[in-house]
Design a protein around this ligand. Sequence first.
Ligand SMILES: [Ca+2]
Ligand SMILES: [Ca+2]
Length: 293
Amino acid sequence: MKALVLSALAVGMLSACAHKQSTSQTNDSATNCTENAKDGVEKTDSITGATIKTFNVAGVDIDMVKVDGGQFKMGATPEQGTKDPDPDEKNIHNVTISTFYLGKYEVTQKLWTAVMGNNPSVYTNDNAPVEMVSWEDCETFINKLNSISKLNFRMPTEAEWEFAARGGVKSKNYKYSGSNKLDEVGWYIEATTDDEIEGEPHEVGLKKPNEIGIYDMSGNVWEWCQDWYRDQYEGDNLTDPLVTEPNNLRARCFRGGSWYGNSARYCRTANRSGNFPDYKSHVGGLRLAINDK
Ligand SMILES: [Ca+2]
Ligand SMILES: [Ca+2]
């Protein structure tokens, strides 16, 4: 509980939100789209078959994948293994998610810089995810993004994040987002000790996408979610749940593990972590969400 959050702090976990700039992405396919995308141009991704809405904001294309709504079991379901899950995942419960859009990629440094006029990242690369951003920084970024675009981007809820990571209505019940082999879909390091870790975040979209055409939900950078973190799930048969009140932990949710110092178990779809809203690190960023409308 508290120990969980503190251990997350010690390891330097964070989250990253991802959007990406399509024209510069090596793996990008949905982006032979040249028209002005300010109002959202919808098309089919030629590689993944996903429906993608592209918004152009501050000169940068933001690809948002349509996540069709559905039901799923949230928490440490059998494919997560018996040893890997933490206590905060154990209360498996039924959740219904409404259709929404989620960033095809983690938010890149290119987008962050275009919106904010600065790049806080330690490992600078336009096409890599922004890092060294707190939950509060991400709120500031999203507010400015929305002010510029007149749109309503937001962070995903924790439940939306897990539903999408599991492949939504096309889920094949993988342990990681898009595969049972983490090497195929995620940048991570199987650490032996915290002191031996070397590595860096990678450009978004270089690994395989998951079942619904979303990249890097397991690994690369942690991704902040909207919710306040609770160390156990409460309730069942929930629709679009969102924890809006902090408890004594005063931590925000973040998800997905990272390239740094996190063994594979942290990159599982059901894994949870939390950190203080002003905490920032070189392993944490974000991914954008937007409603279906
Ligand atoms: Ca990630
Ligand atoms: Ca955990």
